[in-house]
Every structure is written in structure tokens, then in C-alpha cells.
Design a protein around this ligand. Structure first.
Ligand SMILES: Nc1nc2c(c(=O)[nH]1)N[C@H]1C(S)=C(S)[C@@H](COP(=O)(O)OP(=O)(O)OC[C@H]3O[C@@H](n4cnc5c(N)ncnc54)[C@H](O)[C@@H]3O)O[C@H]1N2
Ligand code: MOO
Length: 405
């Protein structure tokens, strides 16, 4: 049997072949979850101008410094300023101007008296409490100053970043688009959920699981209905899909069977490598490029757990690289394992596990058809090639499956 390639060598070959997608300016609302490809400096301060923090009266603090319940101060009300209505730009000493929260304070105003400290007078106002100088005035630039970095390159844009970008008037951000990933499963035995199942057929779990994993990774998934084990149909279906693919992910048809259609169809091209990776599950793998645009293609093994482990190990880092999102590879954590395990020497072992608070509990058996166990787990314990045995309480590396780092 030919030599197995290590997980890290296969991943390195994949990442070498993947180029981040080109950057362009995208409308602000579309950038949620995308990685900023520029440092965004605030083009304006926040607040943009001195404004009132309260509904009340703009005054000169000196005029009302002695105001109290016992000795109220009366001032004439000479105007009114609402948010978005600032015709009155200045006020004279000895007067008050009605002002609403967010409205620009007029020149000459050094404090705002909230309604609660007044009789809410219209022509004249009775003030019974003295504001400190500057009280209830929100100063221009006290939050963000012009030129401040509001989003740095590499930031994954979330709702709060979007809010800030909108607040400083940015209508778009330079970013990379969501990678478009075509997911195709192969196998004449596959049926879509919802249709009747013959005694020799199975529901197509992989294309749903992989398309969902693409979305969870921030990509756009195009799931293609399963293709039968026929090289001509496969090549035709693949050709139809390339126009909308940044990468293609197939499952099934890559081992040693008589109907391993993916391998049969793509081997002829000479642009896709097929071979074994030293891992369990997930040994039979293929990676290369197809079509005029040399679209990267991942041909994952068909057993559902193998397909998922392969996705998380090889496809996820590629999607992240396309999107310019770091780190490409999900960082491992350290955990205490609850049970002992054995592992085949020379293969990286991915053990389904449930992880909580630095403790990892293996879930289910080794079989790569055990999708029930897979769904119960939230982590893989990763045992390196040289490790053949771990004891309960040993420290192990764990990769969390749902963490969005
Ligand atoms: N003689 C050998 N046989 C096998 C080897 C080997 O080295 N020599 N490798 C085994 C390993 S490891 C794996 S993994 C599988 C991979 O096989 P394929 O990629 O060719 O996948 P298929 O044969 O098409 O299917 C395998 C298995 O998975 C089920 N399957 C496939 N697609 C789906 C799907 N979309 N949804 C649900 N289940 C799916 C399929 O029905 C089979 O049971 O090969 C071993 N054999
Ligand atoms: O990839 Mo196979 O994973 O060992 O069943």
C-alpha cells in the first residue's frame, strides 16, 4: 500500500493552493460576519456636536447656581430646540431655551436643567435645583474622535461593529465575500429525506451536514442533490456547478470500491490527487483543481463521520483562508480525558467527545458510520500519530466543533 500522507502535510498542501478571495467594498448591512479587509478610521467624531443628554432647559450654569426648592430661580424661555431642529444657534445670559435629548446645545449654554428640576414652564421656567457646570451636556468627540480606529483589519464584523460603523457614517466596508461552496454527495443508494426509502437505500445525510457546516463557517452553501455512481453523470453535474463555486466539496466514491465514481472520473484529469491521509476516520482523501478556472475540489470519504472529520480538518481552514479569517486552523485546547483509549500507531485519531470545563468524555465507538454518536458530541479529542494509548485523567488535545474563533 502506498505511503500515507500526514494530516499536517495534506492541510499544508491545501492551504498553499487556496488564495483569499478578492476584496471589495460591500454594503454595510451585508458585512455582518465578514472579515474587515481594511483599518477603518472614524471620519468624524462621536458625538458629532455638543448635545443635551436630557429633555429640559439649556441655561448658563452661573445663572442658576443658587437655585433650590426654597429659593427657586425664574428664567424667561426664549426658544425651543428639538433633535434635528436647530435653528437657534446661540442664547443670551439670563435666559433659558427648551431643549430635547440629542439636540445641539446652543452657544452660551453651559448646562442643561432636566424637566424634573423645573415647573416645565412655557414662557418662563421655575428652576429648583442647580446643575453643575457642564452637567447633562454630551461633548463632541467624548466617545470617538476623528481618526480613531473603529474597526481594524481582520476583525469579524458583528452587530456592535455595524452599529459603530453606521454611527460614523460608513456606508460600506472593504471585505472579502462569503466563500461559495458547492456540496455534492455521490452514491446510487442515496435518497433525499422525505421520500420513501428502499431496503437498499439510505438518506443523504452528508450533503445536508456539510452544507450546514459551510454555513456555520460563514460560507454560502449550494447543496446539489446526490449524484448516482456513474462517471458521466458526475462529470456533467460537476461541470454545471463550477460557475458558482469558489470551492467544491464532494462526499463518497473515493475508496477502493468497484463504483468509486469520484475517483474514477477525476483521476483521468491528472489535476486531483487521490490517496490516503494518516488519520482515522477520514483516510481516503482527494484534493486538487477542476475546470477552466482551476476551482479547488475536496473529495471527502462517504462515511458520514469521516466526511465530517475531513470537513473540519481540511475544508474549514480553506473556507476561512478564502474569507481572510484568522486563525485558519481551529486552535486546540487541553482537557483531562475521563476514560482510557487505544489508538492505531501512525494515524492521527479523531475521537468524538463531549467537552465541558476542561474535561473530555469520549462518546460512542470508532465506527465512521456512527452519526448518532457524532451528533451527541461537541468536540474531537485529537490523538497524535505516535500515541497508541491514553489513560483516564491524561491530558489530551481537544478541538471544539461549534466554537466560532
Ligand atoms: N477495500 C477497501 N474498502 C474501503 C476502504 C479501503 O481502504 N479499502 N476504506 C474505507 C474507508 S476508511 C472509508 S471512509 C470508506 C470511504 O468510501 P467512499 O468515500 O468511497 O464512500 P462510499 O463507498 O460512497 O460510502 C461509504 C459509506 O458511507 C455511506 N454514505 C456515502 N455517502 C453518504 C451520504 N451522503 N449520506 C449518508 N451516508 C453516506 C455509504 O452508504 C456507505 O455506507 O470506504 C471504506 N471502504
Ligand atoms: O475514513 Mo474511513 O474513515 O476510516 O471509515
Amino acid at each position: 500500500m502506498s505511503e500515507l500522507v500526514s494530516v499536517s502535510d495534506h492541510l499544508a498542501r491545501i492551504l498553499d493552493a487556496i488564495e483569499p478571495l478578492p476584496v471589495y467594498e460591500q454594503a454595510l448591512i451585508e458585512t455582518l460576519g465578514l472579515t474587515a479587509a481594511e483599518d477603518v478610521a472614524a471620519p468624524m467624531p462621536l458625538p458629532a456636536f455638543d448635545n443635551s443628554a436630557m429633555d429640559g432647559y439649556a441655561v448658563d450654569a452661573q445663572d442658576v447656581a443658587t437655585a433650590s426648592e426654597d429659593q427657586p430661580i425664574h428664567l424667561p424661555v426664549v426658544g425651543e430646540i428639538g433633535a434635528g431642529q436647530a435653528r437657534l444657534l446661540a442664547m443670551s445670559p439670563g435666559t433659558a431655551v427648551k431643549i430635547m435629548t440629542g439636540a445641539p446645545v446652543p452657544q452660551g449654554c453651559t448646562a442643561v436643567v432636566p424637566y424634573e428640576w423645573t415647573d416645565r414652564g412655557v414662557a418662563q421656567v421655575r428652576i429648583t435645583q442647580a446643575p453643575k457646570p457642564g452637567q447633562h451636556i454630551r461633548r463632541a468627540g467624548e466617545d470617538v474622535q476623528t481618526g480613531d480606529l473603529v474597526v481594524s483589519e481582520g476583525t469579524v464584523i458583528g452587530p456592535r461593529h455595524l452599529g459603530l460603523l453606521a454611527a460614523v457614517g460608513k456606508a460600506g466596508v472593504m471585505s472579502r465575500p462569503r466563500p461559495r461552496v458547492v456540496v455534492m454527495s455521490t452514491g446510487s443508494e442515496l435518497r433525499d429525506p422525505g421520500v420513501a426509502l428502499g431496503h437498499d437505500s439510505v438518506y443523504d445525510a452528508n450533503s445536508f451536514m456539510l452544507a450546514a457546516a459551510v454555513k456555520a463557517a460563514g460560507g454560502i452553501a449550494y447543496r446539489v442533490a446526490s449524484v448516482p455512481d456513474d462517471a458521466h453523470s458526475f462529470v456533467e453535474a460537476l461541470g454545471d456547478q463550477l460557475v458558482r463555486a469558489d470551492i467544491v466539496v464532494t462526499s463518497g466514491g473515493v475508496s477502493a470500491g468497484d463504483y468509486d465514481v469520484v475517483k474514477e472520473a477525476l483521476s483521468k484529469l491528472g489535476t486531483v490527487w487521490f490517496g490516503g491521509v494518516a488519520m482515522q476516520p477520514g483516510k481516503p482523501q482527494g484534493f486538487g483543481v477542476v475546470g477552466d478556472d482551476e476551482t479547488p475540489i475536496f473529495t471527502l470519504p462517504g462515511n458520514p463521520v469521516s466526511a465530517y472529520v475531513s470537513f473540519m480538518t481540511f475544508v474549514l481552514p480553506a473556507i476561512r483562508k478564502l474569507a481572510g479569517r484568522r486563525p485558519f486552523i481551529r486552535p486546540a485546547r487541553t482537557a483531562r480525558i475521563t476514560h482510557g483509549l487505544t489508538s492505531i500507531e501512525g494515524k492521527t485519531q479523531f475521537v468524538r467527545a463531549s467537552y465541558d470545563a476542561s474535561v473530555a468524555t469520549p462518546v460512542g465507538g470508532h465506527g465512521s458510520h456512527l452519526i448518532g454518536d457524532l451528533a451527541e458530541s461537541n468536540a474531537f479529542i485529537v490523538l497524535p500519530r505516535e500515541v497508541t494509548r491514553v489513560a483516564p485523567g491524561d491530558s489530551v488535545h481537544v478541538v471544539l466543533l461549534d466554537e466560532d474563533v
